[in-house]
Every structure is written in structure tokens, then in C-alpha cells.
Design a protein around this ligand. Structure first.
Ligand SMILES: [Zn+2]
Length: 302
């Protein structure tokens, strides 16, 4: 009785199981092909030795154009006031990149630090204790920032087109604003102090300036961003006077011939700030605060 021969319903069930298995096999093949296609489109996805021959991945910027002004209403008479950032061109640099960790030879290749020395092409960046990486945070905040800026009439240009590539190197990021004729460069990062009690945002400027634009114009931008982030409820870091850090060794800052700052929007290892960064709402708040800072800077800059 326990070994009853297959009945009609039993064979039908076996048939369904066979179909299901066949479906899984086909689905798996499609998935593998998709992976191959995807891998083939990524820069540096081939052997690391090959990518090492090209230590300076070319930035492939993506541009978010401004929203077109609706100059007239239906009657063709009324005009909207000009958008607050009309005509402003903003380079946004999302720190690091999603493929950096898998391409050590490429990102460790030396490039110009902008002061006669060298610096590694790029680094992997930090992450929250929960594993949310800095490159993803920087990419998401930068994308939101680009959209918000476009809504206000600015043209936003990003130094990398997605979050799955390698590089670009820090010298290329620094040269980006003059090579793409932008008025300003904002590099978006978060910090990774090991001390979980460390918290707060800070803004980094190049000091001493390697170009006139890195002096007062960049300091004025840094101060507006500190004010805007503080006004939005974020805590300024107590480590640096006025939450402004001055460094000579950051190639992204040293190469820029336009006003330039690097934002460290918070400490990813701090439980509270890390948790905020992991939420879409938190990242939107960061982006909107940075926009407020840029609006204030553009207004004061004339
Ligand atoms: Zn970083």
C-alpha cells in the first residue's frame, strides 16, 4: 500500500514538476546571458592587468538639463519669475564608484595630486556598519541634487554616469569643471571615522589654494553650505573650526580652476547618522540642504 503505482493525478503533478524544472533551467540561462552582457559593458570588467594599462578612466559625464521655463500661460501674457539658478552650471562629483573595490590595480595607479606629487587614482570609500557603501550614498544624493538643481534652472553635470563603474581618477574629477565649463564643483562624500561617537558634517577646501578659485570663492561656498546644512538640522562637526577642514592633499580640490568644495555629509560609522543615510528620506534631506547652500551662494556671488 505504501508503494502504490502512479495514478493519473500523480503523473500530472510529475509533468508540472518537469515543466517547472525546465522553466528554471531556461530562466537561469537567460540570467547568465544577461550577466555576460552586463559585464561586457562595464569599463575595466576585463582582466585587471588590462585595465591597469588605462589608469585614467575617462569620465563619462551625464548631464541633467534645466527644466524648460514655461514663459507664458495659456493667455500668452504672464511670465514666470526667472528660476533662482537660471544659467548656473554645476559639476557634481559623487565620490568613489561601485566598481572600485574589484579593480585595485586601476584605482591604486598614481595620478597627479595637483601639487607636484602623486595620489592614488581613487579609493573604495567607507560604509555604514550595516554595509551601505559610501559610493552608493554619494551617487544617490548627487542624483537627487542634480534633479533639484535642474528644477531651479541650473544645469547639473555629474562626473560619473552611474554607480557601477571604476574611477574616474581624482585628478580627472578635479579638472572636470574647467573641461565641462561649469561654474562650480561640489564633491559629495561621507566620512568613515572608526570612533562611533564621532558625528557631524564638515566641508573641505583646498589650503593653501593651488588656484585662485580655490581661495576666497571656495571658502564663501563652503560657508554657505555649512549654514544651509546647519539650518536644515544637520550637526556640524566639532572637529574643525566652523565645520570647515583645510587640506592640501586632495587632488579633486587641487586640480579645480572653479570654486570647489568636498562635502563630508556625516559619519557613516555613527549609528544615528549611518541610519539616516540609509533612508531615502535622509538622502533627500541632504540633497535639499546642499541645494539651499548653492542657491544662497549663487545669490551672494551675483
Ligand atoms: Zn569619500
Amino acid at each position: 500500500m505504501s508503494h502504490a503505482p502512479s495514478t493519473g493525478p500523480g503523473r500530472a503533478w510529475a509533468g508540472r514538476l518537469g515543466l517547472l524544472l525546465a522553466g528554471l533551467v531556461v530562466g537561469g540561462l537567460v540570467f547568465l546571458v544577461a550577466l555576460q552582457v552586463r559585464a561586457g559593458t562595464q569599463p575595466g570588467a576585463t582582466e585587471a592587468a588590462v585595465s591597469a594599462e588605462r589608469p585614467d578612466p575617462t569620465p563619462d559625464p551625464s548631464t541633467v538639463p534645466p527644466e524648460p521655463d514655461s514663459a507664458t500661460d495659456d493667455a500668452g501674457a504672464a511670465h514666470d519669475p526667472p528660476a533662482p539658478l537660471d544659467g548656473l552650471r554645476v559639476a557634481i562629483d559623487p565620490g568613489h564608484d561601485g566598481g572600485n573595490a574589484d579593480h585595485p590595480l586601476t584605482i591604486n595607479a598614481p595620478v597627479s595630486d595637483g601639487r607636484g606629487g602623486t595620489k592614488a587614482c581613487n579609493t573604495v570609500g567607507t560604509s555604514t556598519d550595516g554595509g551601505y557603501p559610501e559610493h552608493a550614498f554619494a551617487w544617490d544624493v548627487s542624483s537627487r541634487l542634480a534633479e533639484e538643481l535642474a528644477d531651479l534652472g541650473a544645469t547639473a553635470v555629474l562626473t560619473r554616469p552611474d554607480d557601477v563603474g571604476v574611477g574616474p581618477c581624482v585628478d580627472a574629477r578635479g579638472r572636470f569643471p574647467q573641461e565641462h565649463d561649469t561654474d562650480v564643483l561640489v564633491s559629495v562624500h561621507a566620512n568613515g571615522t572608526e570612533d562611533r561617537a564621532a558625528h557631524g558634517f564638515f566641508v573641505i577646501v583646498s589650503d593653501p589654494p593651488a588656484h585662485v578659485a580655490q581661495g576666497e570663492p571656495s571658502l564663501a561656498l563652503a560657508e554657505e553650505l555649512v549654514d544651509a546644512l546647519t539650518g536644515a538640522g544637520f550637526t556640524p562637526s566639532a572637529t574643525y573650526d566652523g565645520a570647515i577642514s583645510r587640506r592640501s592633499d586632495l587632488a579633486t580640490l587641487n586640480h579645480s580652476e572653479r570654486p570647489v568644495v568636498m562635502l563630508e555629509l556625516g559619519e557613516m560609522r555613527n549609528p544615528d547618522e549611518g541610519a539616516l543615510m540609509e533612508t531615502e528620506g535622509g538622502r533627500q534631506r541632504y540633497a535639499e540642504a546642499v541645494v539651499d547652500g548653492l542657491v544662497a551662494w549663487a545669490a551672494s556671488d551675483g
